[in-house]
Design a binder for this molecule. Structure first.
Ligand code: FAD
Ligand code: NAD
Length: 472
């Protein structure tokens, strides 16, 4: 038997980061992971590095360059003659980015003397973990004072559209089409549907997104969501709200999809169909009950505010527990748990976790929306600034979108910041820092922002909370 202070199960952004932090704090640590790549080889980094954040952003960037060259650069006086798409090369580049980063995680674990163990882990109670290796190696039993469960999430399946990995795929398949589908259907206008829909639309697919809700991105600010919907539809994404998919049948030439909407029943014909209707916690084969770890009604591991499960010495973080399914949320919980195990105080402020949807323009927010504040009866003031009034945005031709700052009407504390902008993913960081330090809108209004930058829109929106923007 192998004894450790800490055994982490899962090497995604929750698990590998927890393992590194635990090792930095002097704890003898192992990290067990079951992931295997398309060639059957073990690969660290979990969903995020292998089939999530990283490959999707690699393809979003590549497809953005292609789209810009064809459609946006002529406005800058730049014309290219014969523009060719080499999809194989684009996908190979994406795969190389993934390989570099997953190997990077292996290197980081080695450097920190974390024992990296490949195989499927199951809880056995009494601090014991059984590890079944891939292939025919011997089963191992590990013993740990503390166990961190970071087993992540898997796609939700729906019986009306069963994923076959060929015509009907999930995020994994949609990151690896061998040719650009002429007609691409997507079920779900959530984060994955919009990001991967954008990739393939930019590369030439006719993209139809079937969304069951009547509201577009209900978690986002209403004005930002409304503008984003208009922009994305202008880009060619045929987003159909209020639709109910009744069936999907793959055949030799494509996929026939039946769906109902307010106008009646329809049949759509697509070359490929992506199912992106959400994800659920993954505890398959983990046997949580064997160690007294309880799950909630959604199958998520039950934890308290410190990420302690219902079993002594067992903690859980990331997509496997409640909260937003985001890589940075998983990592911060992982760090906090490692610090608590080492006897330090630690805190994750779930109220200031940023969200980013990497469409173009990007959609980003932190904190609450006006709708949520209204429902909670919190008096608030808003200031907004459109990029059309920004000198830098005019110069770069990225004039779509706006920044909105929402502050408490009595104290001026910032309660939420919402951005639709070419680089909203970077702009939102200022708002996250401000909210983490409990800044007021006046604090941002009095902060000097370099000119000309898109960040000036944050400054102007903060000024607008007090009705004193300069450039609008
Ligand atoms: P995971 O990354 O899912 O890792 C869990 C690991 O545990 C896996 O390697 C799994 O094989 C392993 N495992 C599970 N059970 C066992 C077991 N019993 N034994 C051994 N190993 C086990 N988030 C963002 O913040 N930004 C983004 O841009 C973003 N883009 C995304 C794009 C897509 C297409 C998808 C699908 C997700 C995206 N996400 C993004 C979400 C992000 O990937 C997750 O929030 C994140 O990966 C969660 O990390 P985790 O460590 O909790 O779990
Ligand atoms: P999601 O929850 O973002 O969106 C799923 C969408 O599908 C929702 O709009 C939902 O109403 C709709 N839906 C559900 N059932 C449906 C049905 N039967 N027919 C039609 N529509 C249906 O989920 P996702 O897009 O699958 O992504 C999963 C999670 O992965 C995200 O919630 C997020 O946490 C994470 N993720 C994050 C990023 C990022 O941070 N940029 C990117 C991708 C994924």
């Amino acid at each position: 038997m192998d004894n450790f202070d800490v055994v982490v199960i899962g090497a995604g952004p929750g698990g590998y980061v927890a393992a590194i932090r635990a090792a930095q704090l002097g704890l003898r640590t192992a990290c067990v992971d079951a992931w295997r790549d398309a060639r059957g080889k073990p690969a660290l980094g979990g969903t995020c590095l292998n089939v999530g954040c990283i490959p999707s952003k690699a393809l979003l960037d590549s497809s953005h360059h292609y789209h810009n060259l064809r459609h946006r650069l002529p406005a800058h006086g730049i014309e290219a003659g014969d523009i060719k798409l080499d999809l194989r090369k684009m996908l190979a580049r994406k795969d190389k980015v993934v390989r570099t980063l997953t190997r990077g995680v292996a290197g980081l674990l080695r450097k920190h003397k974390v024992e990296s163990i490949t195989g499927h882990a199951a809880l056995a109670g009494g601090g014991k973990i059984g590890v079944t290796p891939h292939g025919d190696g011997a089963r191992r039993t590990l013993v740990a004072r503390h166990i961190i469960l970071a087993t992540g999430s898997i796609p939700i399946r729906i019986p009306v559209a069963e994923v076959d990995g060929d015509r009907i795929v999930d995020n994994e398949g949609a990151l690896a089409f061998s040719e650009v589908p002429r007609r691409l259907g997507i079920i779900g206008a959530g984060v994955i549907g919009l990001e991967l829909g954008s990739v393939w639309a930019r590369l030439g697919s006719e993209v139809t997104i079937l969304e069951t809700l009547d509201d577009f991105l209900p978690a986002a600010d209403r004005r930002i969501a409304g503008e984003a919907l208009k922009v994305l539809r202008r880009q060619g994404l045929d987003i159909r709200l209020g639709t109910r998919v009744t069936g999907a049948r793959a055949h030799d030439a494509g996929v026939a999809v039946g769906y109902d909407d307010a106008e009646g029943s329809h049949e759509g014909e697509f070359d490929r169909l992506v199912v992106a209707v959400g994800r659920r916690a993954n505890t398959e084969g983990l046997d949580p009950a064997a160690a007294g770890v309880e799950l909630d009604d959604h199958g998520r591991i039950v934890v308290d505010a410190q990420c302690r499960t219902t079993a002594d010495g067992i903690w859980a973080v990331g997509d496997a527990v409640a909260g937003p399914m985001l890589a940075h949320k998983a990592s911060e919980e992982g760090v906090a748990v490692a610090e608590r195990i080492a006897g330090h105080a630690a805190h994750v402020d779930h109220a200031v976790i940023p969200w980013v949807i990497y469409t173009h323009p990007e959609i980003a927010w932190v904190g609450q929306t006006a709708t949520e504040l209204d429902a909670a009866g919190v008096e608030h003031r808003e200031g907004a600034f459109p990029f059309a009034a920004s000198g830098r945005a005019q110069g770069s031709g990225e004039t779509e979108g706006l920044v909105k700052v929402i502050a408490d009407a009595a104290t001026d504390h910032i309660l939420g910041v919402h951005v639709l902008a070419a680089n909203a993913s970077e702009l939102i960081a200022e708002a996250v820092v401000a909210m983490t330090f409990h800044a007021s809108a006046e604090d941002i209004a009095r902060t000097i922002h370099a000119h000309p930058t898109l960040a000036e829109a944050m400054h102007e929106a903060a000024l607008a909370v007090d009705d004193r923007p300069i450039h609008i």
